[in-house]
Design a protein around this ligand. Sequence first.
Ligand SMILES: Nc1nc2c(c(=O)[nH]1)N[C@H]1C(S)=C(S)[C@@H](COP(=O)(O)O)O[C@H]1N2
Ligand SMILES: [Mo]
Length: 355
Amino acid sequence: MLGRIEKPLPETLFQLNEAGAEMRFEVMAGRDLTPNDGFFVRSHTAPARADAGTWQLRVRGTAVTQPYTLSYDELLALPSVTLTRYLECAANGSAFYGELLGQAAQGAQWRLGGYGNAAWTGVPLAAILDRAGLAATAQEVLPVSLDGLRVRRPLSLEKANQPDTLVVYGMNGEPLPLDHGFPARLLVPGWGGMASIKWLGEIQVNAEESLVEWNAKQYVLIGPDYEPKLPRMGMPFDEGVMKSALCLPWNATLQAGELRLEGHAWSPDGAIARVDVSADDGQTFLPARLLGTPEAKAGVRWAVTVNARPGAHRITPRATDSTGRRQPLNPLSQAWNELGYNFGAVVPHPVLITA
Ligand SMILES: Nc1nc2c(c(=O)[nH]1)N[C@H]1C(S)=C(S)[C@@H](COP(=O)(O)O)O[C@H]1N2
Ligand SMILES: [Mo]
């Protein structure tokens, strides 16, 4: 796994698991944006090594009437936007199926650090598709990567045309780092990270729906509460789920008394409307203050001051978004799935408070 990641993975920033490098959430203390060197990495292969001078983005497909290619310079010359959006692995939180539901999911165990919030610069996918002369038969958009797996994961025309679905080449003011998809990647805000194809080489618009590894075998929900959508092995899904996390090490040691705690919250639907925090194992909740202006599909930082008494405690944040949805308090209220996707219940964070 680690042979696939280029950037340094210091223990101060990352916790490694069998699939990738999870950000240590204390990295987000005092920060709205995740720095590029601390951003989580989930790469199924080694990065594709493209040269910006020769790289091309091909736009074609069975529902494209005017196929064309864009060079890196041509992409950068198109009208661009810079937007803050979070990116999260669909398996983020998978460890809590085991830790809180008592039935471990298969595969890598992620706590909450398969999340990052960045300012992305790129071109709306809609503008790129516009030039391709789509036929009335167009069914879906299929991005294809340049890495060894030629990864592909379709998206609906509706999602492709959202103004914040982007072909991204900049991350926090820098060129997109190699591990995050240089020269360009797709960014599909609100959807599981698997939709945000890195090392993008081609965008197809097709008249047929495609059945691919990433919507038939992986990134489907498999479990007693889900009907497989044959021939897929489970129920396909696109969106992620709302979550909240504390910017503290797991099992942090803190001093008793008035404690200012920070965290992040994020939702794939509306903007985060409120965050409440319990420092007494979920008995009572205090409202946190949102820092900054919450925006749909962007992470928001929050802070709260609690009075902490000595002992081993759990601090539990709970997010609510502008659609009125709230994170469930009871982990058992959410369905288990074998591959550990979309864990959305509150996560009690263990801390040791010393006198
Ligand atoms: N080409 C390609 N794109 C990819 C992946 C990959 O392995 N190859 N991983 C996906 C998954 S599962 C996630 S969660 C995100 C992770 O993005 P990051 O590594 O930039 O954080 O990229 C997605 N895009
Ligand atoms: Mo992922």
